[in-house]
Design a protein around this ligand. Structure first.
Ligand SMILES: Cc1cc2nc3c(=O)[nH]c(=O)nc-3n(C[C@H](O)[C@H](O)[C@H](O)COP(=O)(O)OP(=O)(O)OC[C@H]3O[C@@H](n4cnc5c(N)ncnc54)[C@H](O)[C@@H]3O)c2cc1C
Length: 328
């Protein structure tokens, strides 16, 4: 290619990017070459060519239809609290979902996907509804939480979801709870490019005092537990007891009672608590947390978790599955 041809293609690329930028502006606030580490709790990630912050459900649908029609690569971002972005730049559009209207009719809460888990918890508290107490202190949006069926203290999102509106292949459709196919930290919404738009929850009425006591107990259980470094929460999924390959009698009785073997315990027993690769470290006191102690990269984290997986497999014969979404 001659230098003139090179210049011509550079100029056309710049003007194409400008055209896309102008079009994206109809849907929300647009940032260009936006560092993604700023949008995740792990504080890791390259830049996105474009990041669009959408605060309106209709505009979210229009933006998704536009991206689909134009064949533009995109990624859906909620609160960024369960993500490990690539160190490479993302040559596409990151759609940051911030539409967050919520309302309550009788005991049914309707909320948009960008609402924070904490906001929905507060709404249940105001109306003496029980079922969201587990979410006290958990970051992230309803969209991210429903997709991954977030949960804690023996409960999860799926326990109170009634139906979910998703955008899929250019259409907004409503799925029943059964169609969402919820499982432990998983759902069928992970497949088929579903973007969660709205969620309806049904909560039973509860006793105000009991609800508040539960919330306080859960907050206390978390206090001091989270390391004071960036992370994406628990890195690995716990192992269901029916998947445990060894003798169940050898496990601490509390695991048998709860029906799961905590991943953090496995990591600790494998002797890798405190292990470091580059800027990434397995937290020594909460071994299911991988923390970013010093400008960690995705590559540091992936190398570290590979060692952890291998050590756990060698000792217990179980494969740890990650809970954190890894974007390569
Ligand atoms: C300190 C800390 C503590 C935590 N404690 C817990 C806990 O107790 N229990 C627990 O389950 N989790 C926990 N987490 C993890 C995290 O908070 C939850 O998984 C949360 O629900 C993720 O939501 P998000 O909006 O941040 O999702 P993101 O991290 O933004 O996204 C996660 C995935 O969901 C997708 N996504 C996001 N929004 C949508 C949408 N609207 N439609 C379709 N896909 C979407 C993204 O593309 C991505 O694949 C913790 C995290 C931290 C940092």
């Amino acid at each position: 290619m001659t230098s003139l041809q090179g210049l011509v293609s550079l100029v056309s690329l710049v003007s194409l990017m400008d055209v896309i930028y102008q079009q994206l502006k109809q849907f929300g606030r647009v940032k260009t070459n936006e560092p993604l580490f700023k949008h995740t709790t792990f504080k890791i990630g390259g830049s996105a060519r474009f990041l669009v912050i959408v605060e309106d459900r209709e505009k979210t649908i229009s933006l998704l239809n536009f991206l689909l029609a134009e064949g533009i690569n995109y990624f859906i971002l909620g609160g960024g609290s369960n993500l490990l972005f690539s160190d490479e730049d993302f040559d596409g559009v990151v759609v940051k979902i911030k539409n967050q209207k919520s309302k309550i009719i009788n005991n049914e809460i309707e909320t948009e996907a960008g609402a924070q888990l904490g906001e929905v918890l507060i709404l249940t508290l105001k109306h003496n509804l029980t079922g969201m107490e587990w979410a006290a202190g958990v970051p992230g949006t309803i969209g991210g939480a429903v997709r991954g069926n977030a949960g804690a203290f023996g409960s999860d999102m799926a326990s109170n979801v009634d139906r979910v509106e998703v955008w899929r292949d250019g259409e907004a459709i409503i799925l029943s709870k059964e169609e969402c196919d919820f499982g432990y930290r998983s759902s069928g919404l992970k497949k088929g490019g579903s973007v969660i738009l709205r969620v309806w929850f049904k909560f039973p009425a509860g006793d105000k005092k009991e609800i508040m006591t539960k919330v306080q107990k859960n907050l206390q259980a978390r206090q001091g537990k989270f390391p004071p470094f960036p992370s994406a929460g628990c890195f690995f999924k716990n192992i269901k007891l029916d998947k445990w390959p060894g003798k169940k009698e050898d496990l601490p009785p509390i695991f048998l009672e709860r029906g799961t073997v905590p991943a953090g315990w496995l990591v600790e027993q494998a002797g890798v608590g405190g292990l470091t690769v580059g800027g990434a470290k397995v937290d020594a006191s909460h071994c299911n947390f991988v923390i970013n102690v010093d400008k960690a990269t995705q590559s540091d984290v992936l190398q570290l978790v590979e060692i952890v997986r291998e050590k756990v497999y060698n000792k217990f014969g179980v494969e740890l599955e990650q809970e954190v979404e890894i974007i390569k």
